[in-house]
Design a protein around this ligand. Structure first.
Ligand code: ATP
Length: 211
């Protein structure tokens, strides 16, 4: 059975925290391929100003160019409406068929929010959700999850937590540094740094107000 990882995110921009954590999960889970899936309209960030999906896609492409583990997936970029994970997983299931096992990556910060995801009860039935955790991370209680997805699915979610290296980089930090004129070298791959600089991304007064 082929094992494939799906990693959704805003990726505004993608950075080494995403890449190192995804590679580490892929090794731990023995995955053949990981699809990076930039969300056109993340349902949990409805009011946030975002860089265009074309720029975010391009930065993801540049970040992983030459690495055969990763593939960039445009499925959420090309779909209208909120970028619900459930819709993406359902589509990927149809594309890959029954001989592929799908794993959806989330960060430790997302697991306590999972109960609020669109059609979460069905989502946990059609994909294995794997939570990337960092040292010091505290899991949500079984009760919180069980209310949303049922007890056995909640137990499975808690047992599918995988330790990953702690890389203290966030997209917010990159945007904030750009907005006050600080260097972003080494926070994200070189080609992404150069793309951001060439296209003057995150440098406006507007981006300084982003959370
Ligand atoms: P922002 O700072 O804009 O909120 P972000 O850096 O958290 O962005 P997202 O695109 O929102 O990036 O995150 C996609 C996924 O990557 C989330 O599940 C998040 O938990 C995870 N993630 C973000 N930064 C890191 C990091 N440094 N190490 C491991 N995982 C990360």
């Amino acid at each position: 059975m082929t094992r494939v990882g799906l990693y959704g995110g805003t990726f505004d921009p993608i950075h080494h925290g995403h890449l190192i954590s995804a590679r580490s999960l892929a090794e731990t889970l023995d995955l053949e391929r990981v699809y990076l899936i930039p969300a056109a309209r993340p349902p949990h960030k409805p009011d946030r100003a975002m860089t265009s999906i074309e720029d975010r896609l391009e930065m993801v492409r540049l970040a992983v160019e030459g690495d055969t583990l990763f593939e960039v997936c445009e499925i959420e970029a090309r779909r209208d409406g909120p970028s619900y994970t459930y819709d993406t997983v359902e589509r990927m299931r149809a594309i890959f068929g029954g001989s592929t096992e799908l794993f959806w990556f989330i960060g430790g910060d997302s697991l306590p929010e999972l109960h609020s995801w669109h059609r979460v009860r069905e989502l946990v039935q059609c994909v294995t959700i794997v939570t990337a955790t960092r040292p010091g991370w505290l899991p949500p209680t079984l009760e919180t999850l069980a209310t949303a997805v049922g007890e056995s699915a909640a137990q499975e979610l808690l047992s599918n937590c995988v330790g990953t290296p702690s890389i203290g980089i966030s997209a917010t930090e990159i945007r904030n540094r750009r907005s006050i004129g600080l260097s972003i070298w080494y926070l994200t791959p070189r080609d992404v740094v150069q793309y951001i600089e060439r296209n003057d991304l995150y440098a406006s007064a507007d981006s300084a107000k982003r959370p």
